[in-house]
Design a protein around this ligand. Structure first.
Ligand SMILES: [Zn+2]
Length: 329
């Protein structure tokens, strides 16, 4: 039976999964990686592919295709990074060429948020819903737009990018070059920054104790810990995050009337802190909803941070089918 391998290269972790045509059979692991030379990166990816194939107890020859994704604009044809400020060390290097040569199989590549969209289509919310939006909430804020069961594919290797929408007057800088976009205000590093500013402003909060009164030591888990203990400052920070994401959700409903908006990514397991505010904000601000013209619900993904790597498997299957391999077996 053919095996498909998915690889999701994050900013610090490498996620790898292998499976067949049905999502339930996939095996998975996550490990950190070293940011060295492109050759070193290739070697770490090879090791991960070999290890996942061994884990699935599948002999190498049955490998049909590989899908790979990362948080960068990547050429879907050559595998080169077109734009990726976090991946300067891979500049000029093709993510797919070395894999194709080593394993002799087709390799599909795309941005991680589009891979996560495929993951939800294949193994998550897409099983019961054909029209939805995806928000990857973690160290960044990725986006996906799925219509008729298919993730939107933009021209020039582009994709939905509403994670960089500006929905407030805050002018915090973002790596995209804009000031005050959602990516700068609601992600993991942004949640830490909200806490840091509260400590620096001398706000009465247990965040101050958690960081030993050192603002530079504030992390996003500290904000969630403080919120769990009922800290008013931490709860206000998460309330603000929910409000901003709620405005985004409302804008998405105005744009293309998704039935659901699904939060995936590293922070999705914390979504219960923001979902209520997101849904309340969206319903209060959106005339299509309060006039009963459409309905939408923002929910947390059941796939968590495996959506991307499962989607990479789905991309691999698509590539294999397009290569005409499906007809010969
Ligand atoms: Zn931005």
């Amino acid at each position: 039976m053919e095996t498909y391998v998915g690889i999701d290269i994050g900013k610090t972790n490498l996620r790898v999964a292998a499976g067949g045509l049905a999502p339930g059979s996939a095996v998975y692991f996550k490990r950190t990686y070293e940011r060295g030379s492109p050759e070193q990166m290739d070697h770490q990816v090879y090791q991960a592919v070999d290890d996942i194939l061994a884990k699935g107890e599948t002999p190498k020859p049955s490998l049909a295709s590989i899908g790979i994704c990362m948080p960068a604009v990547v050429s879907r044809t050559s595998g080169h990074i077109v734009w990726g400020p976090d991946f300067d060390f891979l500049r000029g290097h093709s993510l797919t060429k070395a894999l194709e040569e080593r394993y002799g199989v087709p390799v599909a590549v795309d941005v991680d948020s589009r891979a996560a969209s495929w993951g939800e289509v294949w193994a998550g919310i897409g099983r019961t819903c054909g029209r939805f939006a995806l928000v990857t909430w973690g160290t960044g804020l990725g986006a996906g737009m799925i219509v008729d069961g298919k993730p939107y594919e933009g021209p020039n290797n582009l994709f939905a990018e509403f994670g960089h929408s500006v929905v407030s007057d805050d002018d915090w800088p973002c790596s995209c070059g804009a000031a005050g976009c959602l990516n700068a205000l609601v992600t993991g590093p942004a949640i830490a920054e909200h806490g840091r500013r509260a400590v620096m402003a001398g706000r009465d909060s247990i965040i101050k104790d958690l960081c030993d009164n050192r603002p530079e030591a504030v992390t996003s888990p500290m904000i969630f810990t403080a919120a769990e203990r009922g800290d008013a400052v931490a709860l206000a920070i998460l309330g603000r995050i929910g409000l901003l994401l709620g405005r985004l959700a409302s804008n998405l409903v105005l744009t293309f009337q998704p039935e659901k908006i699904v939060l995936v990514g590293g922070l999705a397991e914390r979504a219960h802190w923001v979902l209520r505010t997101i849904n309340e904000t969206m319903r209060k601000q959106n005339w299509l909803i309060f006039k009963g013209q459409t309905e939408c619900e923002v929910v947390a993904s059941a796939l968590g941070d495996t959506a991307g790597v499962l989607g990479a498997i789905r991309m691999a299957q698509e590539k294999w089918l397009r290569a005409g391999r499906g007809h010969s077996s």
